[in-house]
Design a protein around this ligand. Structure first.
Ligand code: CA
Length: 755
């Protein structure tokens, strides 16, 4: 009997082991960290976090308040901080940090900074470790709202730990008898006046001394047990040569909730290693949702590093109350509500691929997020466009409707579509106070003229193109739920992209209120009527009506020729209204793929458009080229800003063999699958297996495809084909198969039928 139980247990553990291969080992969180203001290889930091976790942790090489919080080339670390950053450009909020110090106490961030080398660093999502040059070892492992840290001080050395309250108002209270520090920080930009990040840190070793300090003048109050003020922090001393473990968690609601978060997430873990084991399991379970079988370890490393990065945003911004019910502090109005809230994303980036990837892998979360979007609209007065944690309104477009419509057409029914349409109509016919993407910049002119005039409105042509796409999403949702009033309005506007197309130059172009084209047109000139790009990049932003665009450009042949010339043009640029090179220009030049600027969003879908013009093999070729040339798992691993999971999600989807050209439809457009075999395990328990027989670095062309055993000639796959599971099987070859995918019926969705 006992033997059989043992055998069963053994078998069970074997099964569990078999189901959870070690995939987290492939992830390099240093991917993209070799970045600076002038040149970006990702603008990422070595994030320690659980998937979509509320808090992340990172070593800090930059000054307090500097968006470049960790740069690969820096030689010293000055802290280990709780972080939420989306991109170096967005800075951060709710940050505080710990730093171990030996010898005499040094509190100031410059004075305490200590040398390190990458050879002594382990950078994984579940675990970060660095042995500093002074021999202190710091380790961090995450939970969703907290972390477990371990500081190992060298023998006989004095052992200090400095807590830095970062910028703006902060508070600390040291409770030696409980081996605890509680406090709050308030740093951040877009947040209500009562915003507080309450934290609690519990240590496993007693303090031998303590005090407070403040980080503007670096003055120390030895023995003080509490302080409140600008940049206030604390320090602790431990027995010489101590090894100290600290459990830390935070809350936007209260100190009590922070304690509850700590108890719930870390309470059952006795040691750092227990917490680490759980984090490793969480990531391995998570990453095995997409199980890659292939002989290229390098491609697997790139894939899982990108998949990790695609799985951080939007962050949970909710907590569980004592009864386990989700509730949150609203980053919009500063009140407490029951339900879910998510934040930290700019939809201009992430509507394209990051959210469509979530609809495949995390439909339950996406459904909660759509509810949260409408709650945010009620609290803010506007749909979010750039949440960080409140509304920033940065960039352009009203892309919340893209997320909502995409959810609806993919069967997510967690929200009231009429409410979504009303919120979007309000968005599209008003201008909010926060920036160009809060409400609609130039909405009156867009409505009256059918385009946003330039130079009356900055970046007007880019806005026209994205408003037209958003209006298509409004139309799609209205049509799907039988809302004729909204349908009628948006139907009129979704073709407005035509009004900024200049047939004499064959490009989208700036146009004034009288209808005149902007003078001295140069398709390599950035800015002006465009956003972070030039006419070469913005021509393609007609996601919903590619056949209409093909018609404007003179048919399939002319369209394919124009697409080809993106890659054959010289990689030169004119700085235009930017007045100096911005990093996106430099990155396009460095990529050396002509005018193809994958380092920024406007053109990221473009290579998939060959599928709409009878030349799918060209999409296959370029998809593989971009994966090969512009991505890897190193510190130089991205061709530009990573941008809240978007540039990573491009890779994840592309490696699977398709891409979300037009969110708001249920189609993903085909490229070239990177791996021999991928198994996607869906939330509904079904699996989609994608096999690519004969796949190799040379065999990038689809020769034939079978979907569940039946010949499949289409250049797209539908969402239901994916989530219903089954087998998508390709045969790959070294030469284009020019007879596959060339029928009109093989083309992906377009408002205008193929001519
Ligand atoms: Ca960007």
């Amino acid at each position: 009997m006992k033997r059989s139980i043992l055998l069963a247990a053994l078998l069970l553990s074997k099964t569990i082991f078999a189901r959870q291969p070690d995939l987290v080992k492939y992830v390099n969180t240093l991917q993209g960290t070799n970045s600076s203001f002038d040149l970006t290889r990702g603008n990422t930091y070595p994030t320690v976090a659980l998937p979509f976790g509320m808090n992340t942790w990172t070593p800090q090489t930059g000054n307090n308040g500097d968006g470049w919080k960790y740069q690969y080339t820096k030689k010293t670390i000055r802290g280990f901080q709780q972080a939420h950053q989306c991109s170096s450009w967005s800075n951060d909020y709710a940050v505080f940090s710990f730093m171990p110090v030996i010898g005499t106490l040094q509190v100031g961030e410059e004075a305490r900074a200590t040398g390190f080398s990458h050879a002594n660093e382990t950078a994984r999502p579940d675990y970060y470790r660095v042995k500093l040059d002074n021999a202190v070892v710091t380790e961090v492992t995450p939970t969703e709202r907290g972390a477990h840290l371990r500081f190992s001080f060298p023998k006989k050395q004095s052992a200090f730990l400095v807590l830095d309250g970062y910028t703006k108002l902060s508070m600390v209270k040291i409770i030696p008898e409980e081996r605890k520090i509680i406090g709050y920080v308030t740093n951040g930009h877009y947040r209500p006046g009562n915003f507080r990040n309450y934290f609690v840190a519990v240590f496993d070793k007693p303090f031998t001394a303590h005090g407070t300090w403040e980080n503007r003048k670096n003055t120390v109050q030895a023995g003080a047990a509490g302080a409140e003020g600008e940049g206030v922090g604390a320090y602790l001393q431990f027995k010489d040569g101590e090894q100290v473990q600290v459990k830390v968690a935070s809350s936007y609601i209260s100190t009590e909730q922070a304690t509850l978060n700590l108890d719930r997430e870390l309470g059952s873990f006795k040691t750092f290693d227990d917490t680490k084991r759980a984090a490793t399991n969480t990531w391995n379970k998570y990453l095995s949702k997409v199980l890659v079988e292939d002989d290229s370890e390098e491609n697997k490393a790139t894939f899982y590093s990108c998949f990790f990065r695609a799985s951080l945003f939007s962050r949970m911004f909710f907590e569980y109350d004592k009864d386990g019910k989700p509730y949150y502090y609203s980053p919009y109005d500063g009140k407490i509500y029951y339900g879910y809230m998510y934040t930290d994303t700019g939809f201009w980036d992430t509507f394209r691929a990051q959210f469509p990837l979530n609809t495949i892998l995390h439909p339950a979360m996406h459904g909660r997020y759509m509810q949260a979007l409408l709650s945010a609209q009620e609290q803010c007065g506007w749909l979010p466009a750039w949440s960080f944690p409140g509304e920033g309104g940065s960039m352009i477009g009203n892309h919340a409707i893209s997320l909502l419509t995409d959810a609806w057409v993919k069967g997510i029914r967690t929200f009231d579509p009429q409410k979504a349409l009303d919120a979007y109509l309000h968005e599209a016919t008003n201008k909010g106070p926060w920036g160009p993407a809060n409400g609609r910049h130039g909405w009156k002119e867009y409505y009256q003229l059918g385009y946003v005039p330039y130079p009356q409105v900055g970046e007007a042509t880019a806005k026209t193109l994205e408003y037209a796409y958003d209006d298509f999403c409004g139309y799609q949702l209205a049509k799907a739920v039988n809302a004729p009033f909204h349908e009628g309005i948006f139907k009129k506007q979704m073709y407005n992209y035509r009004n900024v197309f200049d047939s004499t130059t064959g490009f989208m172009r700036g146009r004034d209120a009288k209808g005149n084209w902007s003078p001295n047109f140069d398709p390599t000139e950035w800015g002006g009527p465009f956003t972070e790009g030039a006419a070469w990049h913005w021509l393609w932003s007609v996601f919903h009506d590619v056949q209409g665009l093909i018609g404007l450009l003179g048919g399939d042949k002319a369209f394919v020729t124009k697409m080809d010339s993106v890659f054959s043009q010289p990689n030169t640029f004119k700085v235009g209204t930017y007045g100096r090179p911005i990093h996106e220009m430099t990155e396009m030049a460095m990529a050396n793929m002509g005018q193809y600027a994958h380092g920024n969003q406007p053109i990221q879908h473009m290579i998939y458009l060959y599928n709409y013009a009878g030349a799918p093999w060209k999409s296959q070729f370029h998809a593989r080229e971009v994966m090969k040339r512009l991505y890897n798992a190193t510190e130089n691993g991205y061709p530009g800003d990573e941008d809240q999971g978007q540039t990573s999600s491009w890779y994840v989807l592309s490696a699977l063999g398709f891409y979300s050209v037009c969110p708001g439809t249920d189609q993903y457009v085909m490229g070239s699958p990177l791996f021999k075999k991928v198994t996607i395990t869906l939330e509904n328990g079904k699996q989609l297996v994608i096999k690519a027989n004969g796949n190799s670095a040379d065999n990038v062309y689809i020769q034939s495809a079978l979907l569940n055993g039946a010949a499949y000639s289409k250049n797209y796959i539908t969402h239901s084909d994916i989530v219903n599971g089954g087998l998508l099987e390709f045969t790959m070859g070294a030469k284009p198969q020019e007879s596959r995918g060339i029928q009109k019926s093989d083309r992906p969705f377009s408002l205008t039928p193929a001519q």
